[in-house]
Ligand binder design. Structure first.
Ligand SMILES: [Mg+2]
Length: 228
């Protein structure tokens, strides 16, 4: 764990969502369940078996071609389209819960009267559905879905939009995320203080200095020590 204390007054905290505030596999799992139910009906195979295959394909091949490979495996190309499965996946109603440390931190920061925001990448409809399922509107003063701006991190556009939404200069704001490939490089250039939570699929990733955060924490409760 590396904690570097912020040396300036900070008034706003902006969060990444997936794998920072909740375990994104919760959404993936729910989406796979919805897809499995549809595919099971088409090929007379138990949905549980389809679900297990989806997890195995994801683990072996990563994201991108999961549904193509599933349809191939069950000889369903031409009967069900990948687009249909993507739509079922994206439109399922998710049941999600915040990480315990995320709920604690959000509550504590709100009590301390920080302005709180969200900046998240990904399909805007999906991200809004996660946002609602997590009950984030109870904590946050503003959310930016970069997809609405036709861009994604590390573009500067969504960070600037988030600062504007919260009415706080980025130099007095913190960005907290889990993905060093895109979460911190631009945020730091824009003058934000950045904090990386070490979890999720990027936990072990170590990049050059410009992509790293100013501080690293194992659990979000440590954030309070860093910024206060
Ligand atoms: Mg993330």
């Amino acid at each position: 764990m590396v904690i570097t204390r912020a040396l300036r007054p900070l008034r706003a905290v902006i969060f990444d969502m997936d794998d920072t505030l909740f375990d994104e596999m919760q959404f993936v799992s729910g989406g796979f369940r919805a897809v499995s139910a549809l595919v099971a009906e088409a090929c007379q195979t138990p949905a549980e078996q389809i679900y297990d295959r989806l997890l195995a394909i994801l683990s072996r091949h990563g994201r991108g071609r999961t549904f193509d490979l599933l349809l191939q495996e069950f000889h369903l190309e031409g009967k069900i389209s990948v687009d249909r499965l993507v739509n079922v996946y994206r439109s399922h109603v998710p049941r999600l819960t915040l990480y315990d440390d995320a709920r604690c931190l959000l509550g504590a920061l709100k009590r301390e009267r920080y302005r709180l925001g969200l900046l998240t990448d990904g399909d805007a409809r999906v991200q809004r559905s996660k946002f609602s399922a997590l009950g984030l509107e109870a904590y946050l003063d503003g959310a930016v879905f970069s997809d609405d701006h036709g861009c994604c991190k590390p573009s500067a556009v969504p960070y600037l939009a988030a600062g504007e939404k919260l009415g706080v200069p980025l130099s007095e704001s913190v960005y907290i995320g889990d993905n060093p490939h895109k979460d911190f490089v631009t945020a730091r250039k824009l003058g934000m203080f950045t904090i990386r939570v070490l979890r999720g699929p990027y936990r072990e990733v170590c990049l050059e200095r410009s992509f790293e955060a100013d501080a690293r924490v194992n659990v979000l409760e440590e954030v309070l020590d860093v910024i206060s």
